[in-house]
Design a protein around this ligand. Structure first.
Ligand code: S6P
Ligand code: ZN
Length: 194
């Protein structure tokens, strides 16, 4: 990220609880269905959406609080409501490259689940409502799923040096997926693992 933000002085940004935006921010990333294509199990639904009008699934604003000897970062993610086939909108999900790097997620607005899973297969799902704060231990992949009708907004705090590894999620996904059935969310075994 922008190296001009290096500062050894205290730094603040101003967060807007209504829309999840904060100022100033250094980078904005947008992830569309096309960017997440391998993550959803219903590949026909993915193709139909991409062929018609690609759709924004979530965006992330970042601020890297880089000092001369630390690399804490802030990320605020907004997952818009929606589904791909029956599967709810969600983040890609990733492991941290460094095995000693945890993360803190703070659900500010919306409803859903935080999914976490180790390479050994320990799967954990936490119901998220506004105010839930979760510590994600090192070596747990993490993904957030928006099962509500409104944007799900969460704040993340992590070290930039943690790194991101997406390949195992692209190849296998998490062991459970969350789909809509009878108007509400249910967990199912990931069909991609069968
Ligand atoms: C970074 C942190 C978040 C995610 C963001 C998008 O460690 O966990 O800022 O990058 O929520 O998720 P993903 O899985 O697409 O990177
Ligand atoms: Zn992370």
């Amino acid at each position: 990220m922008d190296p001009t933000t290096i500062s050894d002085l205290p730094t603040s940004v101003q967060f807007n609880f209504e829309n999840g935006e904060f100022l100033p921010f250094v980078k904005l990333e947008q992830r569309f269905v096309s960017n997440l294509a391998p993550m959803f199990f219903d590949q026909q639904a993915v193709r139909e959406i991409i062929d018609q009008t690609d759709r924004l699934v979530y965006d992330i604003r970042y601020y890297p609080f880089i000092t001369s000897n630390s690399d804490m970062a802030l990320g605020v993610t907004r997952i818009y409501p929606g589904k791909v086939g029956d599967e709810y909108h969600m983040t890609k999900g990733h492991f941290h490259e460094r095995e000693d790097q945890p993360e803190i997620y703070f659900c500010v607005q919306g409803n859903g689940f935080l999914l976490m899973e180790t390479m050994e297969g320990d799967f954990q799902a936490v119901l998220w409502t506004p105010g839930t704060i979760t510590h994600i231990p090192p070596q747990y992949a993490h993904r957030v799923v928006n099962t509500g009708d409104h944007p799900l907004i969460f704040v993340a705090s992590f070290h930039l040096s943690a790194g991101h590894v997406y390949e195992p999620i692209i190849e296998r996904g998490f062991s459970q997926v969350i789909v809509q059935q009878n108007g509400g969310p249910i967990f199912q075994s990931n069909p991609r693992r069968n």
